[in-house]
Every structure is written in C-alpha cells, then in structure tokens.
Design a protein around this ligand. Sequence first.
Ligand code: C5P
Length: 228
Amino acid sequence: PRLAVIVVAAGSGTRLKGGAPKAFVGLDERSILHHCLVGVFAAEPAQVVVVVPRGFEGEALTDARDAAGGRADLVTIVTGGETRQESVSAGLAALWANVETVLVHDAARALTPPAVFDRIVAAIDAGSVAVIPTVPVVDTIKSVDADGRVVAAVDRSELAAAQTPQGFRRDVLEAALRDADADHTDDAAAVASAGHPVATVEGDAVAFKITTAPDLDRARALLSERLS
Ligand code: C5P
C-alpha cells in the first residue's frame, strides 16, 4: 500500500523553553525536525507531509530538503492548527490521492529508530487497520482529583505508554477524525472511539517525546554518542 508519513511539528514547545517552536530547536547543528525526518525517509514513504506553525513553512522546507537526500519532491509542507488533532487533519487534507496507508508521527520523537517504523508498516501489511507502538509504564500511576488527592490506584500491568509513529488505513483515520467529537491527544484514540480495533507493536525507549529541558539534554547526549 502506498505509504505517507504525516509529521506533526506545529506545537509551540512552551514546556521546552527552547526559544523557538519545539521542532525548530537545535539538537546539534540540525533541528529536532531534521533529525526526525531522517528517520522518516528511512521508511521509504511515497509522500511526507510536514505540519508546521504558521510562519515556519520556509524553514521547514529547508530542513526537509536537507533530510530528504534527493527525495525533496515527496515533501508537502502545510500549516498546522490549534491542537494536535487539528494539525493531523490539516496533514490528511494534503495527502495525494493514491496514498492508502498513513503513519502519523510526532516531530518531537526525533530519535525514533527505523525498526519501530518497520514494525508498524509490517502490522498494517498484515491486515491491521490501526497500530501503535507502546512501551511498558515504569512509574506507578495514580488517579487524582482536582485537589490533588489520590482517588484510585491504577494497575500498572494493564497500562502501556503510547508512542508514534501510529499507522492507519487512510480511510479509517480520515473517517475517525472527521467524526471525532472530542479532542484526542493521539490518533489511535479517535480511531478506537470510532469502534476500530487498535493493535500494538513494541515501541522503543529511544522514541521518547522531547518535551522538557532534561529531555532535550538526553536527546543531545544520545546523538553525540551515536556519532562518536
Ligand atoms: O503537545 P504534544 O507534546 O503532545 O505534541 C505532540 C506533537 O504534536 C509534537 O510533535 C507537536 O509539534 C505536535 N503538535 C502539532 N500541533 C499542535 C500541537 C502539537 O502539530 N497544535
């Protein structure tokens, strides 16, 4: 099936305090977005849609051309929305007609190993309509009320942390987001609430989402280890 990857990079990155929208913060001499796109192109997609904050379309195109290694003609840049879900919808609207499978990937998971993309694509090829990478939850999780009091224990063995890239049959994701009645923090939630089964494959600790300043330090350290 013709594969497209939508990279959502339109977040403001206020928790990171990196001085720019998160995807445009440098990891080394290259941005988070650049590093993310190198991993995306390794999956040999037929189209890559990059969703960016208004005003950053030109910078994103430069990063994408740089990461694409001669395949810059596969790149479409679009302007994002207020929420992640709106940004994904903007990305979907830019898909070429022949695309059948869509991966949605957070730019902030810049160091996601190619093997995670491979596992997602393999699950779709094997017939899943929706599949996400997950990792075990390491912390003990509590349900808390508005006053910060613990209201319930949550059984950790029943939990998994969802990562990206999340893979979908295009028609399934399009319909789920068109009909979504809530703002979901990932795409699998919209697809599940539309009644579709969501499969899981093994994620990877290195696919963590760069969110806070310590995450940025960790990503920079991993990258310099990789190069040395
Ligand atoms: O905010 P959060 O960390 O969950 O964002 C996950 C991903 O979604 C990031 O890569 C971010 O750039 C993207 N995003 C977006 N548009 C928004 C909000 C987040 O593309 N309005």
